[in-house]
Structures are given as C-alpha cells and as structure tokens.
Design a binder for this molecule. Structure first.
Ligand code: SAM
Ligand code: SF4
Length: 409
C-alpha cells in the first residue's frame, strides 16, 4: 500500500474533500484559472506551488513518501514580549529541550532525511508561543543548516538583535548567514509598541535593525530583511509611518497581515486599513517593497478567508514543525502543549517518524478541532491542492501546460 492509498483508505478524502462535484471540465478550467490568477507576487501561492514545487507535487499525488519542503523549528516556548495579538497567548507552552548538543543532532537528523530525490530544503526558526533568539542554539542552527546547503529563515521580535555570545561574537554575524529575516515590528512608535507588546523596546529593536542592515552592506550578505506588521485597532493608525521607518532603517520589505484572532474588529476597521495601506504603498521604491498579504475582500470575509475548516489539509505534505520539546507536529499553528505530537526528533530519525503509518493516518484527518486559523499561505494552498487532488494530476499538468504564460508571470 502506498501513502496515498493509506490516505484515501482513511476515508477523509472521499468524505470531505470530494464532497462538491465539479459540473464539468469547463468548470475545472475556469476554477483553475481563478486559482492561479488569485494574487500577485509575492503572494501568488498557487502559482508558486506549480512553478516551484511541481516535482514534489507530482510525487505526492503519485503516493510517494516525500520529506517536507520546509521544516519550522521552534527553539523556545518562552517569550520576552507579551503581544496582545499573539495567537500563542491561548496556548499552554511546551518545555525547552533544545540546547546546543540537541541542535547539532537535530540538524544532522533533518539533513540525513532524503527520500525519492527530495529533502528538507528550508529550515525556518520561529515560534508559536516563543522567541527563537531567547535560545542561542538558534544561532548555531542557522550556521549548520547553511553549511548543509539549506535555505534558512528566522522570525524574531527583534529585541535581542544586538545580542552577543559569551565569546563576544554578535548575534548578527549568525543572522546575516540566513536567507530571510522576518522582524515582527508591529508598531510605528515607541508608545504603540509598548502598548501592544508590553515592553519599551521599540528604539532598541530599530537600533538592532539598523546595525544589521549596515553590517549587511559591509559584508555584502544576501539576507532579505523583512519587517512585518500585524494590524489591529491599536496600531492601524501607524501603518504608513511604520513603512517609512522600516525603509529608513534599512529593511527591504514590510509585510502587513491582520490580527486573525480578532476578525470582527478587523472587519469594522477594514476601510481605514485599506486607506492606510494605500498610503504605505507610496513608500515603495526600487529597494523597498510594501506587501499586503490579504486583499480587501479577505479583510471583509467575516473570517472565511482565515478559517482552517474550509478545505482538507494538504500543507502537511510540504510543511512540518519541531517544537521546543523536540517533538514533531504537522504545523506551526498547532505546536503547543495541548496537541499530541508524532514523536521525538531528538530520539528517533525524522524519516522514521515521517514514514510512520499512524502519523500518515492522523494527518489525513486534518483539519481537526485544534486547527482554528490557517496562515494566509497555508489556507490558500490547502484550497488549491484540494482542488488539484480532485481533478487529478493528468488534468492538472494539462492545465499547467495550457497556462504556462500565466504560471511564469
Ligand atoms: C508567534 S510569532 C513567534 C516568533 C517571534 N516571537 C516573533 O514575534 O516574530 C510568529 C509570527 O506570528 C505572527 N502573529 C502572531 N500573532 C498573530 C495574529 N494574531 N495574527 C497574525 N499574525 C500573528 C507574529 O507577528 C510573527 O510574525
Ligand atoms: S514576540 Fe512573538 S511570540 Fe512573543 S508574544 Fe509577540 S508574537 Fe508572540
């Protein structure tokens, strides 16, 4: 029995994913076009999937065992801020078990998992309830994954950007080896930062960002510095101000998301958000990009655009997460003490945990009641792959060929 047979035999695809039959192949074509024309770069998640992951998708649809494309590692369940919007605030923390020795074996474990011509391509250091830079093993992890030829992404609140190890090596020397940094700024003034994040650190964070950007120039590092901003009613008046500050401080981009834990409020302030985002866009230039992750329709969708329950979950084929306790979870949005894991990566080969029948059967039932909201990219990919599984891979590749120009745009 291959992995798809197991998946299909679990009953979840037939029951849930194939519930609404498509009328005819014309509808398929129209729907396919609607999916691939949904959004512009860099939020063109459907096009990215077909353009950048066609081989993986083909192998997955064929039932092969394929390592996840991206693995999120959460080095700490603890945080040095208390953001009012943090989705992690609802969850019980997992204990921190990843020290330097554990990080070393974790990197080896992840990098030795190669199957059917695929491997884990990206290591992303992030958190559900925690801040990665609170654990210095993160810095070692960045260095080791880069040495193994993997892409590395770091999410941080930026409070420790100016930190240094006991041997006085600055944290930024490690961070500059990564490919992408997401600095969660979330404010355009010290006052608002303190109000929504619980500490008076705005200027400290900006100093860290400035030093990082300066050093990036000196050593010609390829790090893409992204600032991000979760919009709520306490910071929506500083959207364009934050864009201006991010640009002046040396970031390459600012990405705006909305607080998905308070969607009623977001709907109420949607017109003001739209206006401020348009204003923020005026700060774009050849070196600085302003990205709004959601469209105005999505702000106004009463939560439908954010719900994890509107299609089957397919992200588990591409993405996975290792919690601060060293255990494997299907997704960073459900990596906390209230969720059952698929076993400990510090004790077992990742390959064994990944190939385990019980894991495969369990992910086939996702989303479950512990999935509330999907990240913007996950939700969109889930809906799209749900559709692709439905039309089958022959039809998928036929449509890809027909619309190659759009896919490559
Ligand atoms: C939970 S944080 C953990 C990593 C790190 N401590 C940080 O703040 O970047 C990961 C990302 O989730 C985002 N996030 C947290 N709560 C959110 C919410 N309610 N809506 C949208 N994004 C959220 C944060 O802004 C951050 O970019
Ligand atoms: S800094 Fe990150 S993990 Fe900490 S409370 Fe804020 S969003 Fe949550």
């Amino acid at each position: 029995m291959n992995f798809n047979e197991l998946y299909f035999n679990s009953g979840s695809l037939t029951r849930r994913h194939f519930s609404s039959d498509l009328e005819d192949s014309l509808d398929e074509g129209r729907l396919f076009l609607r999916f691939i024309q949904k959004a512009k770069k860099p939020c063109d998640y459907e096009r990215q999937l077909l353009r950048d992951h066609a081989g993986r998708l083909d192998a997955i649809m064929d039932g092969a065992l394929v390592p996840p494309y991206e693995l999120e590692i959460q080095p700490s369940g603890a945080c040095n801020l208390r953001c009012k919007h943090c989705f992690g605030r609802f969850y019980p923390h997992l204990p921190d078990k990843i020290g330097l020795t554990e990080m070393k074996s974790l990197v080896q474990n992840v990098c030795s998992f190669q199957e059917n011509g695929f491997r884990v391509e990206t290591a992303k250091f992030c958190g559900t309830t925690g801040e990665p830079l609170l654990n210095t093993a993160t810095l070692y992890g960045i260095e080791r994954f880069k040495a193994e030829g993997r892409k590395v992404i770091l999410y941080t609140n930026g409070v420790l950007l100016n930190g240094a190890l006991p041997d006085s090596r600055p944290y930024r020397d490690f961070i500059l080896q990564a490919d992408k940094l997401n600095l969660s700024l979330d404010a355009g003034s010290a006052e608002t930062f303190k109000k929504i994040k619980g500490a008076d650190c705005f200027n400290n964070v900006l100093r860290g960002l400035k030093n990082l950007a300066q050093r990036k120039k000196e050593i010609n590092s390829g790090l893409n510095i992204i600032t991000s901003y979760v919009i709520g009613n306490e910071n929506c008046h500083e959207i364009s101000r934050a864009a201006k500050i991010a640009r002046e401080t040396g970031a390459n981009e600012i990405w705006f998301r909305v607080d998905f834990t308070n969607l009623r409020q977001i709907k109420e302030i949607a017109p003001a958000i739209k206006e401020s985002l348009d204003e923020a866009k005026t700060f774009e230039d050849g070196n600085f990009r302003v990205v709004s992750v959601y469209s105005e329709n999505e702000f106004n969708s009463n939560g439908a655009a954010f719900s994890a329950q509107k299609s089957g979950c397919f992200n588990h084929y591409f993405w996975a997460c290792i919690g601060p306790n060293g255990h494997l979870y299907p997704c960073g949005h459900r990596t906390h003490a209230g969720v059952e894991s698929f076993g400990n990566v510090l004790e077992h080969p990742l390959r064994d945990l990944w190939a385990n029948r019980e894991r495969i059967q369990k992910v086939s039932y996702l989303p479950d009641k512990q999935c509330t909201v999907c990240s913007p990219s996950s939700g969109r990919r889930n809906e799209f792959v749900d559709f692709l599984f439905k039309i089958g891979f022959d039809r998928t590749w036929e449509l890809c060929e027909r619309h190659q120009d759009i896919l490559n745009s």
